[in-house]
Design a protein around this ligand. Structure first.
Ligand code: 5AD
Length: 349
């Protein structure tokens, strides 16, 4: 099904619950037809909160002295991989700030070990790294890479992503590189960043289709008080600025599903943080088909403060796993088995 920019804008601006039912139905049907009833679980491990960047929205930005920084050891990461296998997850996601001390060869040998000893698919989400690093990790067995472009608007992108010295930040170029290296490639945006207009969000969604993304992550912007955007008022007038709400995030998820029907789309952590009771379920009803339970050991997790509220409900992995499974079953959906990649297809347990 196609949808043009005008229709996308219409849905983003629509606030009639009756009419919106139609959008949720279209997205849910596209999800059903293209990726089925399976909800895939990916174990998320936050391997380092060191970051060399100064992105204006993120609590892990280098200048934030309030963060106590950590980096997991190889053994700690392997324990998380074992946990993912024990819980029956098909994918392990390794995420971090942009941390050059995560050395390419060190990580490559860890990836080789995990691939040789487990059936896990491996997803990396380590920020903007050199093409050499990305190639080494791909050759070591990494299957997928996540790198959100955050916004399609060049001026807004530049305003909130200071370059790192002489290195110019060009995530669209990196996404193309990732594709040509053979990674399944994921990207996405935040909904409601100060300065994001409806027109910009519509273009973000059109870019998902143009980039032919395998995975699309969309979450609401959550203001972090220790960042420049945590305090700034929006530069846009009220009727132009996209609000950082669950409802608006669900619209973006639904439109992403309609435009990229066979992509893997998570109900993101930010959605669950903004609405602990219903967030994930709402996203799963309007196009999402993936959940990423957090496997980071609790003593580190409290320091991975991209935005506030993330550390409020830290539970043992087994406990949140049980809750997530029963929530999915109560919705009449199945738990995915196998790796659940875009290319490897989907099955249900
Ligand atoms: N609110 C919501 N999401 C955020 N991210 C970073 N900071 C925030 C915030 N304050 C998202 C970005 C990044 C991902 C890892 O987390 O989209 O790509």
């Amino acid at each position: 099904m196609t949808m043009d920019r005008k229709e996308i804008l219409h849905w983003l601006r629509c606030d009639d619950p009756k009419e919106l039912e139609q959008l949720w139905r279209l997205a849910d049907r596209a999800r059903q037809q293209h990726v089925g009833e399976a909800v895939h679980l990916r174990g998320l491990v936050e391997i380092s909160n060191y970051c060399a960047r100064s992105c204006h929205y993120c609590g892990l930005r280098a200048p934030n002295r309030q963060v106590s920084r950590y980096r997991l050891s190889a053994e700690e990461i392997l324990d998380c991989a074992d946990q993912a296998v024990r819980l029956g997850y098909g994918t392990l996601v390794l995420q971090s700030g942009e941390d050059d001390r995560i050395e390419a060869e060190w990580l490559a040998s860890l990836l080789r070990h995990i691939k040789a000893t487990t059936p896990l698919a491996l997803t990396l989400s380590l920020g903007e790294r050199s093409e050499d690093d990305l190639r080494i990790w791909r050759e070591a067995g990494a299957d997928r890479y996540l790198l959100r472009f955050e916004t399609s608007d060049r001026a807004l992108y530049r305003a909130i992503h200071p370059d790192r010295g002489a290195r110019v930040s060009d995530r669209l170029a990196l996404l193309r590189q990732l594709k040509s290296l053979g990674y399944e490639t994921g990207s996405g945006v935040m909904v409601g960043i100060p300065g994001q207009s409806y027109a910009i969000l519509a273009d973000d969604i059109l870019l998902f289709r143009e980039l032919d993304l395998d995975m699309i992550g969309i979450g609401p912007f959550i203001a972090h008080p220790d960042t420049p955007l945590g305090q700034a008022a929006s530069p846009l007038p009220g009727e132009t600025q996209v609000p950082p709400s669950i409802g608006m995030t669900c619209k973006a998820v639904a439109l992403a599903r309609i435009l990229r029907p066979d992509a893997n789309i998570p109900a993101t952590t930010a959605v669950a943080v903004m609405d602990a009771w219903q967030g994930r379920e709402l996203a799963l009803r309007c196009g999402a088909n993936v959940i990423m339970p957090n496997l980071t050991p609790a003593r580190f997790r409290e320091h991975y403060t991209i935005y506030p509220g993330k550390a409020d409900r830290i539970e043992a992995a087994e406990q949140s796993d049980q809750q997530i499974r029963s929530q999915i079953k109560a919705m009449g959906r199945g738990i995915g088995s196998g790796q659940g990649g875009r290319k490897s297809g989907t099955q249900t347990e």
